[in-house]
Write a protein that binds this ligand. Structure first.
Ligand SMILES: Nc1ncnc2c1ncn2[C@@H]1O[C@H](COP(=O)(O)OP(=O)(O)OP(=O)(O)O)[C@@H](O)[C@H]1O
Ligand SMILES: [Mg+2]
Length: 412
């Protein structure tokens, strides 16, 4: 049995402080102290050496952010959980930059709290049968080559895997030039195409034997070196592959090619979260706007797709502020330009591993924390099977494919 966790609660509002203290007690956490976010309070909180620290963060954020920074510096091994009525991307980036590990929404839901606690305890293994199929699938897509889909996929996988409670698998879905294996310096005889073709749901052990362990803790299923291998794989087999993977891993990251095809459509259909990666170059922004519009028109829930603006060069002509009206999205996650990213792909070690404090690493680690805590999940079974047809949302695929091939000369 796990020993009870201890916590300190920091919240200026006495009412919500008591409420959080009560919720924590209900989940079996021993609250050592609760206090306001004044400097005396948080210094005493650090001295209590709890297993974790909960801190309330509301506008104006400055005082709580200062407390998080202080706590992060004085007790760096103690996870800080920020609690706020707004879990906007901007709040998330600010609290994680200050050093919080999680941001969860107030009022607290017991499920949400339990999930954070289990991530902190690192107690997700082995997966009980009742949780099979509940892994979170994250598709990393983008309507251009070279915008950083692979860089973000491998860094995200490594950042999620840094939590020992997470079983993470990255699957290379890139039919053209899949280079996850290269970016992670993994040589694998067994590939995505082979596993998709040969494995049925019954072959769980074989599935696990087919993937390669990366030193970051993530597991890798690489793309075939011969493009022709993909020709023997159907979209349905790719869907089964993802479903199987989600039954075995807590997080399944799908790196996809820069042109829309059936595999990308399958990845997006099945993903709980879609990261739409754009660089700050005009053609990428234009194609991203087309993709988002097509998704909106198809009723794809906006909350499932997060735009990631990845600065692949130092002197991008377009700013994040420019993107907001063009993409019609308020929440845009920025990954800064960072030479550690390119160096990482040369080393076969994602930047979050070889330089965990570099600017892009900090951003992607914060993104990983957000993915660990966003509540939106999809019911994969209804997402992929339309009544009677046995096929996945053919309208969505056909329309999107058509829309994108009209808008971009390079779509498949
Ligand atoms: N934030 C960043 N800072 C610096 N370099 C970056 C950043 N993101 C990506 N890069 C570099 O840009 C190049 C292209 O990135 P990557 O291969 O991830 O793009 P991609 O979208 O996967 O391309 P493709 O569609 O061809 O697979 C790589 O050399 C990568 O290391
Ligand atoms: Mg790539």
């Amino acid at each position: 049995m796990d020993s009870p966790l201890t916590a300190v609660v920091i919240d200026d509002n006495s009412e919500s402080r008591e409420e959080l203290t009560r919720s924590l007690a209900q989940t079996g956490v021993a609250v050592l102290a609760n206090t306001g976010a004044h400097s005396d309070g948080y210094r005493k909180a650090a001295e209590a050496r709890p297993d974790l620290i909960f801190i309330r963060v509301e506008e104006p954020l400055a005082r709580a952010l200062a407390a998080i920074e202080y706590l992060n510096a004085s007790v760096p091994a103690t996870p800080i959980v920020a609690v706020s009525s707004s879990t906007s991307v901007s709040n998330f980036q600010q609290v994680t930059r200050a050093g919080a590990r999680f941001l969860i929404e107030a009022p607290l839901l017991n499920d949400e709290l339990a999930r954070v606690m289990s991530a902190i305890r690192g107690a997700a293994t082995p997966r009980p049968a009742s949780r099979l199929g509940t892994g979170r699938v994250v598709a990393v897509v983008g309507q251009k080559g070279g915008v950083g889909k692979t860089a973000i996929s491998v860094n995200l996988a490594a950042a999620l895997a840094a939590n020992p409670g997470n079983h993470v698998l990255i699957i290379d879905f890139d039919m053209s030039f899949g280079d996850v294996g290269l970016a992670m310096n993994v040589n694998s005889e067994v590939t995505t195409a082979q596993v998709a073709r040969d494995l049925s749901e019954a072959d769980r052990d074989e599935f696990k034997e087919s993937v390669v362990a990366h030193p970051s803790g993530a597991f890798v299923l690489a793309a075939p070196s011969r493009v022709g291998e993909w020709l023997k794989v159907t979209p349905e087999q790719l869907e089964s592959l993802v479903e199987n993977a989600a039954a075995l891993y807590d997080y399944v990251i799908l790196d996809t090619p820069g042109a829309f095809n059936d595999a990308v459509a399958a990845a997006m259909d099945l993903a709980d979260n879609v990261l739409v990666v754009t660089s700050l170059e005009l053609p990428s922004v234009k194609n991203t706007a087309m993709l988002l519009q097509a998704l909106d028109e198809d009723g794809f829930a906006a909350s499932r797709a997060l735009v990631v603006a990845n600065c692949t060069s130092e002197d991008a002509g377009i700013t994040i502020a420019d993107l907001v009206p063009s993409l019609r999205r308020d929440a845009i996650w920025k990954v800064p330009f960072d030479p550690a990213v390119r160096k990482g792909s040369h080393l076969g070690q994602p930047a979050v591993v070889h330089d965990a404090k570099s600017p892009a690493s900090l951003s992607i680690r914060a993104l990983a924390s957000r993915i660990e805590t966003v509540p939106d999940r999809i019911d994969r079974r209804s997402a992929v099977r339309e009544e009677g047809s046995g096929r996945a949302r053919p309208g969505f695929r056909a329309r999107l494919k058509l829309a994108l091939s009209r808008s971009s000369g390079d779509a498949a």
